[in-house]
Design a protein around this ligand. Structure first.
Ligand code: TXA
Ligand code: MG
Length: 340
């Protein structure tokens, strides 16, 4: 079977037996595949992940190969609870414990000091490792079935759009994966929030599905390492958070549609945050949330981008979103998608 590249879209029926519904049998088989060094794409509450046994360096190398991911970009390790966490980290500071108590399982990744058991390829040579305990029952059941922590980046080609449906994974990674567990669209539609709590440092490394306002009820004011600025200078970067990221193949501009002349709309698509919006003459329109609900918009974001990207348009005009709650994560993804 041909290998499918970034952005190619194939209907699930064409990808044959790779997509399988989640049930007891498929979970047991996928768990065994992971233990044997295989690659399994699986749903989480944020986006679909491309999983391998986190303790098996050769299996993890297959993730980098399948995604075309550079070796400097570390992976997140998925665990189901405290016992498994203890095998991959050296120490969990007090604040880390409080964050875990409050937000796990859920869309929060903690960057902690890693243990010897975690191969360097997982952490891209860093002394730290990103860990999260997903809330999605299929993700939890898979990790339990595997009996090992599961390293998993988002299941897209490097730099491309994150997958919020199993079909997005099939279209981008095709036969590079051994199986894709299909549980329909993901709930949050945007990746986990990442916080560094290691080596006496505390910093926000990535905006994500867990809103900053909620996080800060536990951490207090959180130093922001996600964007360049004076505050950033003394903080470490999250290696994979490149200026250009989460990008459709179609060029994307962040612009209020009201300011785009009608004549410039006919070969462009509009990614609107809410209604009402001036959508006259656009070749295609996707509205993320008619009522302007940020969570609904986040859940719809990547799906809408995948759809617009498949239409062969000249440009996608993305309406700005309010930078509050999960709107910060949406704005961050749009900014990186627009960077050329
Ligand atoms: O929601 C999510 O987090 C999804 C699902 C599958 O769990 N995963 C995900 O993984 O978004 P990925 O590989 O697309 O993003 C992982 C990012 C890296 O690019 C890097 O920015 C950060 O997590 N990261 C991982 N380990 C790190 C470390 N030790 N230090 C700093 N940043 C780290
Ligand atoms: Mg990713």
């Amino acid at each position: 079977m041909a290998r499918y590249f970034r952005g190619d879209r194939r209907p699930a029926s064409e990808v044959g037996g790779v997509l399988v519904p989640v049930d007891a049998e498929s979970l047991a088989r996928a768990g065994a595949l992971l233990r044997a060094g295989g690659l399994v794409a699986f749903p989480t509450e944020t986006v679909y992940g491309l999983g391998a046994n986190a303790l098996d360096a050769v299996a993890v190398a297959r993730i980098f190969e399948a995604k075309g991911r550079p070796a400097f970009d570390p992976l997140i390790v998925h665990v189901t609870g405290a016992a498994m966490l203890a095998t991959v980290v050296r120490d969990v500071p007090d604040l880390g414990r409080r964050l875990i108590e409050r937000f796990w399982p859920g869309p929060l990744t903690l960057v902690l000091e890693k243990s010897e058991a975690v191969p360097d390829i997982v952490s891209a040579g860093l002394p730290t490792v990103g860990v999260r305990s997903p809330a999605h029952p299929a993700a939890r059941a898979l990790i339990e079935a595997a009996g090992v922590p599961v390293a998993a980046p988002s299941a897209n080609r490097f730099g491309g759009l994150s997958p919020t449906r199993a079909e997005h994974v099939a279209a981008q990674l095709g036969d590079a994966v051994d199986t894709i567990l299909d549980a329909g669209p993901t709930a949050h539609g945007i990746e986990s929030t990442i916080v560094l709590v290691a080596g006496g440092l505390l910093a926000l490394l990535r905006h994500g599905a867990l809103p900053l306002e909620l996080l800060e009820t536990v951490t207090g004011p959180l130093p922001d390492a996600t964007t360049p600025g004076p505050e950033r200078a003394s903080l470490p970067l999250a290696p994979g958070q490149l200026p250009a990221h989460y990008a459709p193949r179609t060029p994307l501009c962040i612009v209020e549609p009201e300011s785009v002349p009608l004549a410039e709309r006919t070969r462009a698509g509009l990614l609107a945050f809410r209604r009402p919006v001036d959508e006259r003459d656009y070749a295609a329109v996707r509205v993320l949330s008619a009522e302007g609900d940020l969570r609904e918009a986040a859940a719809a974001l990547f799906g809408a981008l995948h759809e617009l990207d498949a239409l062969g348009l000249e440009r996608i005009d993305a309406q700005p979103v309010p930078q509050t709650g999960v709107g910060r994560a949406i704005a961050d993804r749009l900014r990186r998608a627009a960077f050329r």
